[in-house]
Design a protein around this ligand. Structure first.
Ligand SMILES: *Cc1c(COP(=O)(O)O)cnc(C)c1O
Length: 377
C-alpha cells in the first residue's frame, strides 16, 4: 500500500444494503442508487459500478455534470438527475439522451427538454412541504395546465419529504403524502397517464410503504448508514427488526512519524494540548484538506492495532497527531483506521457526527475526492 490515506469500499456491503431495501419493496418498484456528490464521499464511478452490480435499476445524481461522467462509462443505464440544470437552453445537446430522467420544476424546462432529439424522460417536481424545488397549490395547477395546453409530455412526477428523519411521529410527512396524492390526481385529471411516481429517500422508504409508488431514491442507506437514530428506532418499533445495514466505507491511513515527547510538551498549532506525562505521539497524514473535520481537534479517536487512540491538539491541514502511548509495539507504517473496524473496535460516521455536531451525511460527503478508493471484492 503506497497511499498515505485511502478508502476501502465493501462490494458485499453495498449488495447487502440493496438487498435489504429490495425486501421492503414490491417487485415492480425500481431502486435509484443515489450517488450524487461523489457518492456521499464514496467515489462516483466506484460506487456506480458496485451499485449496478448489486442490483440498482437507476443511478441518481444532482447535476448534469455528474450524469455526463456516468454516461461516458454506461452508454444506456438510466440516470435520474434531481437538481435543477442551469442554462438548460444552452445545454440541449448534452441532455438529449432517452435514458436521462430529468426532474424539472417549470413549464419552460419541460418545453426545452421535450424539443430535444432524442428527448430525455421528463419528471415534474411537486413541492409538498419542503419549499425547495417544484411548485405547490395554484402555481402547480397553472404549471400542469400549461404543460397540458402545450401538448407536452410528462414521464414522471416526484416529490421529496422534508423532515422524516428528524422525528418519531410523522404528521408532517403524512401531510406531504396527502399533498402528493392530490397532485397526482390533478395530473391524471388533466390527462397525464401512466406517470412514474416517486417520493421516497432512504428514511421514507423504510417507514412509508404507501409512498413507494414506482421508484425509491436510496442514498445514505446504500452506504450502510442510518438516516437518523429516529428512523432506526421507528423501523424497529414498526416490527422490522431484521432490517440491517452494513457500512460500505472504511477510511484508513498509515502512521508516517512516531516519537516520544516529555511531560508538559505542547502538541500542535495553538499549543492547545499539553501532555501530563511522557507521551508517544503518532503522526497520521490526514487533515482537514482530506475531509477530517477540524472540530475533532482534541475531540475524537482513531484506531491503531485494534485500540482507540485520542486525537491530540488541533487537526492540521494534512496531518493529525494521536496519543499511542498505551499501544504496544506501534511502528511507522502501521495502519490507522479513521472510520471502520479494527479488531473489536469500531468508529462510525455517526461517531464523527456526534463529536462534531452534524449528521453522518456530512461526515462522509466532506471526505475529499482526492482520497483514493480501493474496492474489496
Ligand atoms: C439526496 C436525495 C435523496 C437521497 O436521500 P437519502 O436520505 O440520502 O436517502 C433522495 N431524493 C432527493 C431529491 C435527494 O436530493
Amino acid at each position: 500500500m503506497k497511499d498515505r490515506t485511502w478508502i476501502e469500499l465493501s462490494k458485499k456491503a453495498i449488495a447487502e444494503n440493496l438487498k435489504s431495501f429490495r425486501s421492503l419493496l414490491s417487485p415492480k418498484t425500481l431502486i435509484a442508487a443515489i450517488i450524487k456528490s461523489n457518492a456521499y464521499g464514496h467515489g462516483l464511478l466506484e460506487t456506480a459500478e458496485l451499485s449496478r452490480k448489486g442490483g440498482a435499476d437507476l443511478f441518481g445524481v444532482n447535476s448534469l455534470e455528474e450524469a455526463l461522467i456516468l454516461r461516458a462509462k454506461y452508454p444506456d443505464f438510466p440516470i435520474l438527475i434531481m437538481g435543477e440544470i442551469p442554462d438548460l437552453l444552452e445545454r440541449r445537446k448534452e441532455v438529449s439522451d432517452p435514458n436521462f430522467w430529468i426532474i424539472v420544476s417549470r413549464t419552460e424546462s419541460v418545453q426545452i427538454l421535450s424539443e430535444c432529439k432524442p428527448s430525455p424522460k421528463i419528471h415534474l417536481k411537486v413541492d409538498t412541504g419542503m419549499a425547495r424545488l417544484g411548485y405547490s397549490g395554484k402555481d402547480l395547477e397553472r404549471t400542469l395546465t400549461e404543460i397540458r395546453d402545450l401538448g407536452l409530455p410528462l414521464h414522471g412526477i416526484a416529490t421529496h419529504f422534508a423532515s422524516t428523519e428528524d422525528v418519531l411521529e410523522q404528521k408532517y410527512s403524512k401531510e406531504q403524502m396527502k399533498n402528493f396524492s392530490e397532485a397526482i390526481q390533478l395530473a391524471e385529471s388533466l390527462g397525464f397517464k401512466d406517470l412514474v411516481k416517486h417520493s421516497c429517500a432512504s428514511a421514507s422508504t423504510m417507514l412509508f410503504p404507501e409512498a413507494h409508488y414506482d421508484l425509491v431514491r436510496v442514498g445514505i442507506s446504500l452506504y450502510g448508514l442510518w438516516p437518523s437514530l429516529q428512523t432506526r428506532l421507528s423501523l424497529h418499533l414498526s416490527g422490522k427488526k431484521d432490517f440491517q445495514l452494513s457500512p460500505v466505507m472504511s477510511w484508513k491511513a498509515r502512521i508516517v512519524h512516531l516519537k516520544t515527547v516529555p511531560e508538559d510538551s505542547f502538541v500542535g498549532y495553538g499549543s492547545t494540548y499539553q501532555t501530563s506525562a511522557e507521551t508517544k505521539v503518532a503522526v497520521v497524514p490526514v487533515g482537514y484538506y482530506e475531509g477530517l473535520d477540524r472540530k475533532l481537534s482534541n475531540n475524537g479517536v482513531m484506531l491503531v492495532r485494534g485500540k482507540r487512540a485520542k486525537i491530540l491538539g488541533r487537526i492540521c491541514m494534512n496531518m493529525t497527531m494521536l496519543d499511542v502511548t498505551h499501544i504496544h509495539d506501534v511502528q511507522i507504517g502501521d495502519v490507522v483506521t479513521i472510520l471502520g473496524k479494527d479488531k473489536e473496535e469500531e468508529i462510525g460516521a455517526d461517531d464523527h457526527a456526534n463529536w462534531t455536531y452534524t449528521i453522518n451525511y456530512e461526515v462522509t460527503t466532506r471526505i475529499s475526492e482526492s482520497v483514493p478508493k480501493i474496492i474489496q471484492e
